[in-house]
Design a protein around this ligand. Structure first.
Ligand code: KIV
Length: 286
């Protein structure tokens, strides 16, 4: 497999060549390594971290330090996939300086190649400043989970003319601001098709139909590792949760009945040393 790093140019070329982009989320080193070796194009260290790894109810509790910590781990595991660090709640709203500083941390400290942030026209000045500082930005429209309290729940966005028009306008504003691609989450498929045709940058869908230029899923959802809630748009490709339960049950049983560990899992000792110990040891302390 070609091990050259996926870049913003790769994203652009895929759109031009009409070849799909694949993205998954990752939050730690071993998962990043497995996903990278599997050939996925980009790894998002999503603030979904808050829910699927840290056990919060939503993403609003996730901090910059959380994101830096997990992005560092993912960066160490990804050689080919582009690593995109998610900017958490309120990390790109307070001031332009603060937004650049926080985006910069994800690149400089944590090793991401790009950042993602939620919002449309309202965050354009922040996006422009981050890009001017040399950091590629991915947008995120539709159901933007950091605004869950404004939406009043995890609801499909863009079903009315006004809502749909706002998403179109925001998508065009993000493209104009210079984002290299945009995530569309929980948006009706026909609207996504329309937007994907209007934009020259790739759209990445989640719960957004097949007409996006790429797709993203939360890895813990698609491998069946997060059971608290499975959105309608998720396809579970395997059921790791039940596989882990099976393995742990077997382990418990084998520890209880003495089947584990076997001799091959342990370390041998020189018989003479053992004999000396049996006879009362030596004066050596170690
Ligand atoms: O945080 C996340 O995982 C995301 C994806 C759902 C796009 O933003």
């Amino acid at each position: 497999m070609n091990k050259e790093r996926v870049t913003v140019s790769t994203f652009q070329k895929r759109k031009k060549d009409q070849k799909k982009i694949t993205m998954l989320t990752a939050y730690d080193y071993p998962t990043a390594k497995i996903l990278d070796e599997s050939g996925v194009d980009a790894l998002l260290v999503g603030d979904s971290l808050g829910m699927v790894v840290l056990g919060y109810e939503d993403t609003t509790k996730v901090t910059m330090d959380d994101m830096v910590h997990h992005t560092k781990a993912v960066s160490r595991g990804a050689n080919r996939a582009m690593v995109v660090g998610d900017m958490p709640f309120l990390s790109y709203h307070l001031s332009i300086t603060e937004s650049i500083r926080n985006a910069g941390r994800l690149v400089q400290e944590a090793g991401a190649q790009a950042v993602k942030l939620e919002g449309g026209n309202n965050v354009v000045p922040h996006i422009k400043a981050i890009i001017e500082a040399g950091i590629p930005v991915m947008g995120h429209l539709g159901l933007t989970p950091q605004s869950i309290n404004v939406f009043g729940g995890f609801k499909v966005q863009g079903k009315t003319v006004n809502q749909a028009q706002k998403i179109i306008d925001d998508a065009l504003a993000l493209e104009e601001a210079g984002v290299f691609s945009v995530v569309l989450e929980c948006v009706p498929a026909p609207l996504v098709k329309l937007i994907s045709e209007k934009l020259t940058i790739p759209t990445i869908g989640i719960g957004a139909g097949v007409d996006c230029d790429g797709q993203i899923l939360v890895t813990h959802d698609m491998v069946g590792l997060y059971g608290d809630f499975t959105p309608k748009f998720v396809k579970q490709y395997c059921h790791l949760g039940s596989k882990i339960i099976g393995a742990v049950n077997e382990y418990i049983e084998e520890v209880k009945n003495g089947a584990f560990p076997q001799e091959i899992h342990g370390f041998k000792m020189n018989e003479d040393v053992l004999q000396q110990l049996r006879e009362g040891g030596t004066s050596e302390s170690c």
